[in-house]
Design a binder for this molecule. Structure first.
Ligand SMILES: NC(=O)c1ccc[n+]([C@@H]2O[C@H](COP(=O)([O-])OP(=O)(O)OC[C@H]3O[C@@H](n4cnc5c(N)ncnc54)[C@H](OP(=O)(O)O)[C@@H]3O)[C@@H](O)[C@H]2O)c1
Length: 286
């Protein structure tokens, strides 16, 4: 049987690498991994040329400008990568009959909710990064209304730049740490997100639209740090602080828990608990 060719952008990122690591478990899929140096997605002509050469059946866009705070100063670049480039990828897919899977963020929401966000809830990004990702969603659906968009939150992996790896190194160096306790959400283990994406592709069922995916549970960054500290039995003290004591250039939503009901009911994808996923990640790191 002919394999499904899948092109993955942002191949060196947390999600891109996680997809790479899972690739061998999906024999029906044939992958082409494109890192930023192979194919910078904001070089639109190059993107079209590359895709023309590969002719993928599916494009997964795991590339993004993810420097949330720096984006406040680099608005144009953030919008080019997270907005316009997404439109270019989606338009190519639309023209060539390919499927498009794009990844977005909980930061498209304002964080004023008190219950888990569903896909149809109004958006209201508080940061340039969030606004640029929202523009990417808009462009994906404008150029290809058959796109699938997965919004996710607090992504981490055994590699890359993320909260878990930062905490592990700080807990080795410091006697105490202060971590915000009033931003609520749920972490997402990148390999779990990667699996959800690949399971959608091989399901043989394509239901376009926006989906939310994160691990299950409801915690603060402080809770997350404590869980890491307890797991590694670190002597480092973790103290809860309000966001007001940890100012950052970009505003984060105070509450960004994503309801994963839709992906469960449409695709039967049931995210495991954040604790179980964290344990698996830490087992690889310590
Ligand atoms: N990380 C999070 O906490 C988080 C939360 C919610 C949603 N998301 C979304 O989840 C998706 C995956 O994120 P991630 O955590 O895997 O991010 P990541 O680790 O930062 O990976 C993003 C990748 O995109 C690449 N990239 C940046 N600009 C590019 C460009 N112009 N052309 C091509 N590649 C480019 C980066 O390359 P370099 O390494 O060379 O910069 C990096 O390899 C993104 O859509 C992100 O917005 C992430």
């Amino acid at each position: 049987m002919k394999k499904i060719t899948v092109a993955v952008t942002g191949a060196q990122g947390q999600l891109g690498k996680s997809i790479h690591e899972l690739a061998a478990s999906y024999p029906a899929l044939e992958f082409v991994f494109l890192s930023r140096s192979d194919m910078p997605i904001h070089h639109f002509e190059l993107v079209r040329e590359f895709l023309q050469g590969i002719r993928p059946d599916v494009v997964i866009n795991a590339a993004a400008y993810t420097a949330v705070d720096r984006a406040e100063q680099e608005k144009d670049l953030a919008f080019q990568v997270n907005g316009e480039a997404v439109g270019v990828l989606a338009a190519w897919c639309a023209k060539h009959g390919s499927r498009f899977i794009h990844v977005s963020t909980d930061y498209v929401f304002d964080g004023d909710s008190e219950k888990p966000y569903v896909e149809t809830d109004p958006t209201g990004p508080r940061s340039v990064y969030g606004a640029s990702k929202l523009e990417g969603e808009r462009q994906a659906l404008q150029y290809l209304d058959q796109s699938i968009i997965l919004r996710t939150s607090w992504v981490y992996a055994p590699f890359g730049k993320n909260f878990v790896r930062t905490m592990l190194s700080l807990m080795k160096e410091k006697e105490s740490l202060r971590v915000v306790n009033d931003q609520i959400g749920s972490p997402t283990y990148a390999p779990d997100l990667a699996k959800a994406i690949l399971d959608i592709i091989v399901s043989g069922k394509w239901v376009p639209g926006i989906y939310h995916f994160s691990n299950a549970g409801r915690i603060s960054w402080y809770d997350f740090a404590v869980a890491i500290q307890q797991h590694i039995r670190s002597a480092c003290r973790v103290e809860p602080i309000p966001t007001s004591e940890y100012p950052t250039p970009a505003k984060r939503p105070a509450y960004s828990l994503l309801s994963t009901e839709k992906i469960r009911s449409v695709y039967g994808i049931v995210p495991r608990s954040w604790k179980e996923a964290l344990k698996e990640c830490l087992a690889k790191l310590v």
